[in-house]
Design a protein around this ligand. Structure first.
Ligand code: ZN
Length: 191
């Protein structure tokens, strides 16, 4: 299949809770193919991550990767990570306002509060249990993807609607200030 169509806001699949994947399912060629499709779709669209709901599959799988991403040039690199049945636990470290966008919410960005340090417990695509601590903007990316699996979009978490902006206006009016804030944040807490 390869690159799949990305569901957009208004599609009920983005509002449903995706279900856990069993070890047998995870080993199946079908689910492994979904994972390959998600990686191909994320890369093709230039996203920093993609959740299964976004290709219309209601299973708890998401992929994350940042490698000099032109959509988010200020994000620190994240090696390709496939998370299955992820659970996020906030750690001490407070929260910060992060400006986010989403492939399923075309041409809109907004500011949300994210935990600055989280423990992500998950299975990798081979079914091995893993735990990573993620910080800063990277922690935000993982929270965004796991939100998708619960039917939550970033716009639900925008508490100040005046922060909503198209990508063009973000570039014109807000990018510089946010990138500076993001740079200081990464310096302070890492990724
Ligand atoms: Zn998203």
């Amino acid at each position: 299949m390869g690159v799949r169509a990305i569901t957009t806001v208004g599609d009920p699949v983005l509002r449903e809770r995706a279900r856990e994947v069993t070890p047998d399912e995870l080993r199946s060629p079908q689910v492994q193919r979904h994972i390959d499709d998600m990686i191909a779709t994320m890369r093709e669209a230039g996203g920093a991550g993609l959740a299964a709901n976004q290709i219309g599959e209601l299973v708890r799988i998401a992929v994350v990767e940042v490698d000099h991403n032109p959509r988010y040039p200020y994000k620190p690199p994240i090696p390709l990570t496939v998370i299955v049945n992820p659970v996020i636990e906030p750690l001490d470290g407070g929260t910060a306002e992060i400006n986010e966008g989403c492939l399923s919410v075309p041409d809109l960005r907004g500011t949300v509060q994210r935990h600055l340090a989280v423990r992500v417990s998950y299975l990798d695509r081979d079914g091995t249990e893993r735990q990573d601590v993620r910080r800063g903007l990277t922690a935000g990316t993982f929270q965004h993807e796991v939100d998708h699996l619960d039917g939550t979009l970033f716009v639900d978490r925008v508490t100040d609607p005046t922060t909503l902006t198209t990508w063009e206006q973000f570039e014109r009016f807000h990018r510089e200030a946010f990138v500076e804030r993001a740079r200081r944040l990464v310096e302070r807490v890492g990724s």
